[in-house]
Design a protein around this ligand. Structure first.
Ligand SMILES: [Mg+2]
Ligand SMILES: [Zn+2]
Length: 179
């Protein structure tokens, strides 16, 4: 069985600029590629992202792909391959919006991934809830909206395995988790 990392995108890999989707202002957080390089080989990487701005009409699915491809190219240039990006475009209720585990369930069957050995990383409590509900380990980042939503973790009895200030420090902890 393979292991995977389910990566939130906005606020986790790149700055969360709300509904703004311009490649000119896309900003990857420091050492994200370094962190992923620590983990590659051990894990497959997937992006799972809620994009209600599509449903609300702030940007189109085409804009989303252009913006996302820009990030994928940057990561590629640093030796990182994201297997696939899963996104929920809905602004109303749906079956795929995080904390739904729908995309993880799809990945599990398509890639033979073992969720118990996999991780979900994100800057929002619903990233962690998704991971826990799928049986994964979880890492909460204080980047992006992480600080703003931090107290919601305790209020809702959500306990991430790791809470870190940066993607890179979380990656180091994941790398050494079972050693
Ligand atoms: Mg986020
Ligand atoms: Zn959806």
């Amino acid at each position: 069985m393979k292991k995977a990392i389910f990566l939130d995108r906005d606020g986790t890999l790149i700055e969360d600029k709300g509904y703004e989707h311009s490649i000119d202002t896309q900003k990857v957080f420091p050492r994200v590629a370094d962190g992923l390089n620590l983990l590659k080989g051990d894990y497959l990487f997937f992006i799972i992202t809620n994009q209600p701005g599509i449903g609300r009409g702030f940007y189109t699915e085409t804009d989303f792909h252009e913006f996302n491809n820009h990030l994928l190219q940057h990561l590629n240039g640093n030796g990182i391959n994201i297997e696939k990006t899963y996104f929920c475009p809905h602004s109303d209720e749906c079956s795929c919006k995080k904390p739904s585990t729908k995309f993880i369930d799809e990945i599990v069957s398509e890639y033979s991934v073992c969720t118990e050995e996999s991780w979900a990383i994100g800057d929002h409590p619903f990233d962690i809830t998704m991971g826990i509900n799928a049986g994964c380990r979880t890492a909460y980042l204080l980047t992006g909206h992480g600080r703003k939503h931090f107290k919601e973790l305790k209020e809702n009895n959500i306990s991430p395995d790791i809470i870190e200030n940066s993607f890179y420090s979380a990656a180091k902890k994941i790398k050494n988790w079972n050693k």
